[in-house]
Design a protein around this ligand. Structure first.
Ligand SMILES: Nc1ncnc2c1ncn2[C@@H]1O[C@H](COP(=O)(O)OP(=O)(O)O)[C@@H](O)[C@H]1O
Ligand SMILES: [Mg+2]
Length: 355
């Protein structure tokens, strides 16, 4: 089904990503590590999932590392889960035999994370590589990996890049700047320094494709619609697959394709994005408000915030706010002007003035 609550796994359910699937295939065939970036709900997990199921077909593992960044235990559990998934296709018991801290029982593989018995991940992946199977490991939402736990991941990525012929990694992130901070590709002290790691940036659908996605989805379930309502929904929700998909699901539930539902989904989307922004500082929405009102230059933003906060704001504080918003993909800077990059928030703060 084109509209479904979970990420897609099958090509027939994935709308309009043929070009991206081909690009991903080419990149994976010619690189050891590739990045897939794009804003939340644009369809990264769906694209990778479909790619793994339909192109790679076996010897792949997709794991969500959004919350794995906090402890050694969590990151080792994540890699245990990667190995358990790979174990579905190739029996790893004999391959991993004798490595300290690795146990295989039934279909599960478990890595020890305690300081004394911590499994040597380099050795584990060398053994997997020695099987000669093309293996693809996708680490989804990796931007929050940090510190010594993140270092474990960087070390293993660098090790596989240098020594493993058959292992490929796909790393995704919605917050591109944070992902770049984690990978530290430009830092001579980083294990990944100087490695070639291409990026596939996933964009939303264009207007025409967004409308077709909706019409195809409604036709699939036999729900009548008016073209102009679909146009309106796309005006609200832009080409973000996840929100168009949510619109589709809600219309199906209500058995009617209406503009009210589009507005409802837009409000939900704006609220969730706003929560995400506010989580880091309650001053961020004020800053976006300034941008939404057309105050796009440093001095204008500063003046607006000072008025709203009723205090002076020093340059380093404003710089920190703007840098963080840029790193998290909410804002972009072009020619000394800052604009809201996230389309839902851009509309919410009135920047595009289309509604
Ligand atoms: N190309 C697509 N065709 C149909 N539905 C899609 C497509 N891309 C994403 N979706 C749907 O949108 C929602 C969000 O997609 P997801 O892959 O989880 O996005 P991301 O990983 O970028 O946050 C999911 O419910 C998924 O089924
Ligand atoms: Mg995802």
């Amino acid at each position: 089904m084109l509209f479904s609550p979970e990420p897609k796994t099958s090509r027939k359910d994935l709308f309009d990503r043929e070009k991206e699937l081909d690009t991903l295939d080419k990149l994976i065939k010619t690189n050891k590590i590739i990045l897939v970036t794009g804003i939340r709900r644009v369809g990264k997990t769906s694209l990778i999932n479909v790619y793994l199921h339909e192109f790679v077909k076996k010897n792949f593992a997709l794991v969500d590392v959004r919350t794995s960044g906090n402890s050694f235990r969590e990151i080792y559990d994540t890699f245990s889960s990667v190995l358990t998934k790979l174990n579905r296709w190739t029996e790893l018991r004999s391959v991993l035999r004798g490595i300290r801290g690795v146990s295989v029982f039934g279909s599960g593989v478990s890595l020890s994370w305690g300081k004394e018995t911590r499994a040597n991940l380099g050795e584990v992946f060398d053994r997997i590589d020695s099987l000669g199977n093309q293996t693809v490991i996708a680490l989804d939402e990796a931007q929050r990996l940090r510190g010594s736990v993140g270092q474990v991941v960087l070390d293993i990525l660098a090790h596989c890049y240098d020594y493993c012929e058959n292992i490929r990694f796909v790393i995704t992130g919605s917050e591109v700047g944070l992902l770049e901070d984690f990978l530290k590709l430009e830092d001579p002290n980083s294990p990944l320094f100087g490695r070639h790691i291409p990026e596939l940036r996933l964009e939303g659908f264009n207007r025409k494709h967004s409308v077709s996605f909706l019409s195809n989805g409604f036709e699939e379930v036999g729900l009548a619609y008016k073209e102009e309502v679909l146009e309106k929904a796309v005006e609200y929700l832009d080409g973000i697959a996840g929100w168009l998909n949510e619109f589709g699901l809600r219309c199906i539930e209500k058995r009617v394709v209406s503009e009210d539902v589009a507005r409802e989904v837009f409000e939900l989307a704006a609220k969730l994005e706003l929560d995400e922004v506010t989580k880091f500082s309650k001053n961020y929405p004020l800053l976006l408000e300034a941008l939404g009102r057309g105050m796009n230059r440093w001095s204008q933003i500063k003046r607006y915030l000072e008025q709203r906060l009723e205090r002076t704001l020093n340059d380093s504080e404003l710089n920190r706010y703007l840098t963080n918003l840029i790193k998290r993909g909410f804002v972009e800077k072009k020619n000394e002007e800052y604009t809201i990059l996230n389309p839902i928030l851009a509309k919410h703060f009135g920047q595009l003035r289309v509604l």
